[in-house]
Design a protein around this ligand. Structure first.
Ligand code: CA
Length: 250
């Protein structure tokens, strides 16, 4: 147990934060307030610098301004997502619902409309961190889940297929772990969106894209599924592959 200084009423988890914001004024205010809230902060003013930062350092969360001088916000998000699955909170001056929904589908974890208070930001950060560090909040099952040759350990956030570790993004892992906890059960897409993406709305594309990435990593295809089965218009299920008799046709 670490000693807790008696002056602290609440112990907040410290996060390492990357602030991507080109407005000097907003940027220094954010740095000051986040530092005061005992987070460690690095900051940059362009999307390309942000990409360099996430390639070299490990962050718990990225606060991404949408109006950057070099790249459009959604472009920046797409490039960030290409190299990291760090939680991203979008900070936007535009209260444009269609745009925000699009960005959430493109991999943003949450958003804030400017101007926002640091309390509001801290609350959103805490929620995002709770989801990405499940051990700090709701405890996932402590035992590894086994489905056929697949082992999923929710506590250590590791998955193996026939003894070989799988290199999964955070979302792919969450999706696999959720399905592995309900082997053989058809999980409706709506439930997946709510449980894995924490979204009550959305189109099927989000799920399909992640399913196809996950399939590739499991070494299977939608046409020749082994573990992951999509039931059109119904949902998705994970089950052990069926053994084939030697010499039988697939
Ligand atoms: Ca800006």
């Amino acid at each position: 147990m670490l000693p807790v200084s008696p002056g602290w009423r609440t112990v907040r988890p410290m996060a390492s934060v990357l602030v991507v914001e080109d407005d000097q004024f907003v940027r220094s205010a954010l740095i000051r307030q986040l530092t005061e809230a005992s987070h460690t902060v690095r900051s940059v003013g362009t999307a390309l610098e942000a990409l360099r930062e996430v390639a070299h350092f490990r962050f718990d969360v990225v606060i991404l301004d949408l109006g950057l001088p070099d790249l459009d916000g959604s472009e920046a998000l797409k490039m960030l997502r290409g190299i990291t699955d760090v939680p991203v909170i979008i900070a936007t001056a535009r209260d444009d619902e269609a745009e925000i929904v699009r960005l959430l589908h493109a991999g943003a974890d949450d958003y804030l409309v400017k101007p926002f208070s640091v309390d509001h930001l801290t609350a959103r950060m805490a929620a995002v961190l709770r989801r990405s560090r499940p051990a700090g909040g709701e405890q996932p099952p402590s035992r590894a889940l086994r489905v056929g040759g697949l082992t999923v350990d929710p506590l250590r956030r590791q998955a193996e297929l026939d003894g070989t570790p799988l290199d999964l993004t955070r979302r792919e892992f969450d999706l696999l772990a959720f399905l592995a906890g309900r082997p053989g059960v058809v999980v409706p897409r709506k439930e997946l969106l709510a449980e894995v993406w924490q979204q009550s709305y959305g189109d099927d594309q989000t799920i399909d894209v992640h399913l196809s990435w996950l399939r590739r990593k499991l070494g299977e295809t939608a046409a020749r599924p082994r573990y992951l089965h999509t039931l059109r218009g119904v949902g998705v299920k994970l089950e052990p592959p069926r053994e084939r008799e030697p010499g039988s046709q697939p």
